[in-house]
Design a protein around this ligand. Structure first.
Ligand SMILES: Cc1cc2nc3c(=O)[nH]c(=O)nc-3n(C[C@H](O)[C@H](O)[C@H](O)COP(=O)(O)O)c2cc1C
Length: 221
């Protein structure tokens, strides 16, 4: 069982180029219904999720691209300003792996900007799940939502649905709030692009690495 589960986890990777075909509502329901099993502090189940389907997804993507081109980022939860070691190196490696596959050179500012904007086009995904949480609950509820995300990603992988979790969209919340039922008391944490991978998109060849367990886990006896 653990071998199958690990194979599923290691087989998953973020997808940044989708086919236009929507995921059937039945499959989407299956995924989110399975992820309802996620644990949370006092079982509060704080994830609040708006899942778009065509044609709303495309309309929303156009609005977020316009917001990203024209406005300043204003995420409700501040993005990190600096990444101390060892996080910085991981971040650099992950960006380098992506840009290498996309054929974007380090000094190619325009290429990088276009790649940045692809986030706001949701990488052409037919679905965007905007994930929010009641800000009155505080950081532990955000931990709960992170666990839930892990469940969703696993369920998607099991059903052949490609994903890209996206904090980027939280930086431009206005179009999302305008179009979707997001409560005043909720903060947008991240989005999740969902669909079927377009294997012809070079970015989808990107693979990231993981440290060995000793880097993250210390057994204390
Ligand atoms: C909470 C969260 C936010 C993320 N935000 C973005 C994003 O805005 N844009 C993006 O291209 N990838 C985003 N990612 C994907 C990560 O870059 C990716 O998970 C990481 O590099 C590991 O690669 P893998 O998912 O292919 O294993 C995000 C992932 C998580 C979990």
């Amino acid at each position: 069982m653990i071998a199958e589960l690990e194979a599923l986890w290691r087989g998953r990777h973020s997808v940044r180029g989708f086919k236009p075909d929507p995921v059937p509502r039945e499959t989407l329901t299956k995924i989110f219904a399975a992820a309802q099993a996620a644990p949370s502090w006092c079982n509060i189940q704080p994830w609040r999720v708006a899942v778009t389907e065509p044609p709303i997804t495309q309309r929303l993507a156009e609005a977020t691209v316009a917001a990203a081109k024209g406005g300043f980022p204003s995420p409700a939860i501040p993005f990190p300003l600096d990444y101390p070691p060892p996080y910085k190196q991981h971040r650099v490696n992950c960006g380098a792996a992506l840009y290498k596959e996309m054929g974007i050179a380090r000094e190619d500012k325009m290429g990088r900007y276009d790649a940045f904007l692809r986030n706001y086009a949701f990488f052409d995904a037919p679905h965007m799940a905007v994930v929010a949480c009641d800000k009155r609950l505080g950081p532990y509820a955000y931990v709960d939502v992170g666990i839930w995300l892990g469940y969703v990603l696993t369920a998607c992988e099991a059903l052949g649905v490609a994903t890209c979790p996206m904090a980027a969209i939280a930086a431009y919340p206005e179009p999302l709030r305008k179009e979707l039922p997001i409560a005043e008391t909720d903060v947008i944490l991240f989005g999740l692009a969902l669909g079927y991978a377009d294997d012809a998109v070079p970015a989808n060849r990107t693979r990231t690495t993981r440290d060995s367990v000793e880097a993250n886990v210390t057994f204390c006896s």
